[in-house]
Design a protein around this ligand. Structure first.
Ligand code: ZN
Length: 246
């Protein structure tokens, strides 16, 4: 399984730094995990969206989904080029209604997706991958993701405060993509800092930890140091265009 970082910036994009988005590939199976601002461009540099099997929208904060409507519109317009079924789009309950206003600009276009509304613990086979969603605690319906591939497990925290669900979704993962929104030593009710990310990773028996979703102004070196101190295994920052093999 390969995981490519399309974007990793929390909150809003910066020049050359899209918001949250990841491409997970196993053989010919491809899943776009979160579609934050700027990630469609990064995706297009690698593949046509019609090659996607699924999209996973973790929650409806705009830094995680706003490139989805334009991706679907692009697919609607290019549907005659498609030689495979439309992708499944997983998201929180009601996600398609919530973003519908962005899909209604071209009401004549038949939007090419099959909507699935996530529930805690629901599992899905998508091509060669097995996906399980876990409801995390972010002040809104939000779902972290556990991906079982042929060679190992990828876990993605989505956005969340430290909570038991993160332990479940990350248990024994080979690679844990964990949000580290906040500066070490700071907290809020819905987010995690890098020190806490390291603690979560160690408690879950994770091998490699990838820190993502840092806000502007959060010092990446300090965050990396804090996570290295609190996690026994390797720690890296999720950087756009990097590919990690699981
Ligand atoms: Zn969020």
């Amino acid at each position: 399984m390969e995981v490519t970082v399309l974007g990793s910036r929390g909150g809003y994009p910066l020049p050359g730094e899209p918001c949250s988005g990841y491409l997970v590939e196993e053989g010919t199976t491809r899943v776009w995990v979160d579609a934050g601002a700027g990630t469609l461009d990064a995706l297009l540099r690698r593949m046509d969206p019609w090659s996607l099997d699924a999209v996973w929208i973790s929650h409806l904060h705009p830094d995680h989904w706003t490139d989805l409507p334009i991706a679907l519109h692009r697919m609607a317009v290019t549907a005659d080029l498609a030689d495979r079924p439309a992708p499944v789009v997983f998201g929180p309950p009601g996600w398609d209604e919530a973003i519908g206003v962005a899909l209604q600009a071209y009401p004549e276009a038949r939007m090419p997706y099959r909507a699935v509304h996530l529930t805690d613990g629901a599992s899905f086979d998508v091509g060669d991958l097995h996906l399980t969603g876990h409801a995390v605690e972010h002040g809104c319906p939000a779902f972290g993701l556990r991906v079982q591939g042929a060679g190992g497990v990828l876990a993605y925290s989505a956005d969340t405060r430290p909570c038991d669900a993160v332990g479940y979704l990350a248990a024994g993962a080979d690679l844990f993509l964990c949000e580290a929104t906040l500066s070490p030593g700071t907290s809020n009710p819905i987010s995690t800092n890098a020190e806490e990310a390291g603690q979560l990773a160690s408690a879950a028996g994770v091998d490699r930890l990838l820190l993502t979703h840092l806000l502007e102004g959060v010092d990446p070196d300090r965050s990396l140091d804090a996570a290295v101190r609190s996690h026994d295994g390797p720690v890296e920052l999720a950087r756009p265009r990097d590919t990690h093999v699981v």
